[in-house]
Each structure stands twice: as C-alpha cells, then as structure tokens.
Design a protein around this ligand. Structure first.
Ligand code: 5AD
Ligand code: FES
Length: 345
C-alpha cells in the first residue's frame, strides 16, 4: 500500500486494479494523509465557499435514489421567482460569497430565456456563477454561457451505464456524457461526481468513476454518499460503510487530479457530525453552504436528514467559517477557479 501511495503522490496515476485495492484496504489513514499532503501542495490551506441557491424542487425525471423524483407525490414542491433568485444571489454577495451555485431539479418552467435573464442579472454582482440544473441541449448550454455562466455541475452519478439506466429507465447514460462533453467544449469549468453506495455498485465501478473524471478531465468533482430517501423505491437500502468509502474516493480523486476543486459535500455531514471537516482533511477544499431562505431549505430534500434546514444563511456563513478555522484552515478570498492557487504561488 505504501508503494502505491508513494507512486500516486508523485505521479498522480494509478491503474484500475490499484485503485480497487486502495478502496478495499482497511488501513485508510495512510491514504487520507497522502491526500491531505497533495491537497496542501496543489490547492493550499484556503477553503473556497460557494453559496448554494436551491431555486426549484420540481423535476421531470424519476431517478430511484432522489427525493425530488416526479413520482414522489409527498414532496412539497416550490419554485422561487426570478426576482427571488436574483435577490438571494445579491444577499450571498453581501455575506461575502464570491460564487453562487444555482441548483434545481430539471424544471421545464425555467426555459432558456428565463435562465439567461437570471444569469445576466446575477453577473452584475461580480460573482462567479455555477449552474446545476441538469441535462440540456448544447444550444441551451451555449446560451447560458453567452449570458455569463462560468461553471456547470452535472454528476455522472455512476459510470456503470447499466446501473445508471436501471436507476432511471427513462434516462440515457450516453446523453449525460454528451452533456459533459458539450459543457467542456463550450468552455465551462466542468464539475462532475458520483454517488457512493448505490445498490449494485462495485469497487471496480467506483474505480472507473475516478478514471472517467481523470480522462475528461473535470475541473471539479463532488463525491457524496448515497442516503436512502423514505419516499423512493430505494427506501430500504442501507448506508453502512458509505461514509468511509466516500472519504476514500475523495482522497483518491485528490491523488489522481491534484489541483482540482473538491467539495466536502453536505451529505457527508448527514452521516457524520464532523463529516465536512473530515472531508476537508481527506482532500477536499470547497464547501457549499446553503444560502436559500426559510422554509425552502427543508423542502429541497434530495435525501433525508439534510443539515442546516433550521439555520439561516447568515448562521451557516458564520458556522462554517468557524469550523474551517478550527482545523487550521481559512476561507479563501477570490472566486477560486481551477488552478488559481498554483498560478498565484
Ligand atoms: N443521497 C445522496 N445524494 C443524492 N443525490 C440525489 N439523491 C441523493 C441521495 N438519496 C445527489 C445526486 C445529485 C445531487 C444534486 O444530489 O448525486 O447529482
Ligand atoms: Fe449551516 Fe453550520 S453550516 S449551520
């Protein structure tokens, strides 16, 4: 294991078999330390904050794992108006955020014109703008880019095509890859990522996820444990081991793609009270606090037990900064584009 980690720390490559053996290894501490070392060298001690605006929980898709799936009739649906979205972004800028992430289910109500209007208005606040609104046509992606969007998040969820399509028979894995390629070609900073612990997912397939992110290559990648939602077909699945395996995935991602942005995902903190801090010590360098107001926070329920649903955006901003500083790190100034740390070093 030591030899493998040394190779990965130096050359940032591993074969599929090597990744599988590291994922299976019970002594994860050495892996975590290697990732923390590489993180410090390539992206530094600064942690970038991205203000997350969850603006609509309507979704036309029906993924088995997701609480926003259209067949979940118990979800209380909401959508913010363009004015509310723009005002929330303005508030985020006032709290000191340099990036906002606009996230929603795939909600056809937000057509291209509406989205472009929102993007143009938000760009007036000197914010980097990330979209996370699902699969669109190349023309739509081009229009958002033209309007000023900088980044796009679209998780591949799993690179196991058969598993992906089993978890939503109406969706096409090839189309998802087409989306990622289009986004890349259009000049977005592209974020992807996967779920860890899906029923039927193997260590081999997780290794393939990492190799997929390296090949694209992504600018950013979010790894989150799968947490069963009671109002979905996967309600009775278990979460045992998903937390540790997610930390290993994040660590390996840092070793393979040393300078990318890796968020400490909110789902990590649902499974462990120190989840995001542990992730920050296993390769992560980004946190995405929620800046959505009031009752909408708990209605955006991808999975149960989501954190901070009773807190306000101000509370989260203060809380997360204190947490980051408690582990000897700091909130990084600036917009935090891929490679910024090495450029300014
Ligand atoms: N558990 C954890 N994460 C989930 N997501 C969707 N459903 C769940 C779940 N049950 C993740 C998906 C999606 C992101 C926005 O939320 O990976 O890309
Ligand atoms: Fe929301 Fe801590 S980040 S309360």
């Amino acid at each position: 294991m030591k030899d493998l980690l040394e190779k990965a720390t130096r050359a940032h490559t591993l074969t599929r078999t090597e990744i599988v053996s590291l994922l299976a290894c019970s002594e994860s501490q050495l892996l975590f330390q290697a990732a923390d070392f590489v993180r410090k060298n390539y992206v530094g001690d600064g942690v970038y904050l991205r203000g997350l605006i969850e603006f609509s929980n309507y979704c036309k898709n029906d993924c088995f794992y997701c609480g926003l799936r259209r067949s979940n009739t118990q979800a209380q649906r909401y959508r913010l108006t363009p004015q509310q979205i723009i005002a929330t972004a303005q508030q985020a800028a006032q709290y000191g955020y340099k990036t906002v992430v606009l996230q929603s289910g795939e909600d056809p109500q937000f057509d291209t014109d509406k989205m472009c209007h929102i993007i143009r208005e938000i760009k007036k606040y000197d914010l980097a703008l990330t979209l996370s609104i699902g699969e669109k046509t190349r023309e739509e992606y081009a229009a958002y880019k033209q309007a000023g969007a900088d980044r796009y998040l679209l998780r591949i969820e799993t690179t196991d095509k058969a598993l992906y399509e089993k978890l939503d028979p109406a969706m096409s894995w090839d189309n998802r890859v087409r989306c990622l390629n289009d986004l890349k070609e259009l000049g977005y900073e592209v974020g992807s990522g996967s779920l860890v612990g899906l029923p039927g997912q193997t260590l081999e397939s997780l290794a393939d996820d990492l190799l997929f992110f390296k090949k694209l290559p992504v600018d950013m990648a979010g790894i989150g444990p799968f947490i069963p939602h009671p109002h979905t077909p996967l309600a009775n699945e278990k979460t045992a081991g998903h937390f540790e395996l997610s930390l290993k995935m994040m660590s390996l991602m840092r070793l393979l793609l040393p300078d990318i942005n890796i968020p400490a995902t909110t789902a990590m903190e649902t499974l462990h009270p120190q989840g995001r801090l542990l992730a920050l010590q296993c390769g992560a360098n980004v946190v995405m606090p929620n800046v959505t107001q009031g009752e909408f926070r708990k209605k955006y329920e991808l999975y149960p037990g989501k954190i901070c649903t009773g807190e306000s955006p101000e509370q989260c901003r203060g809380c997360i900064q204190a947490k980051i500083e408690s582990i000897g790190r700091f909130v990084a100034p600036g917009k935090g584009f891929h490679g910024d740390f090495l450029k300014n070093k």
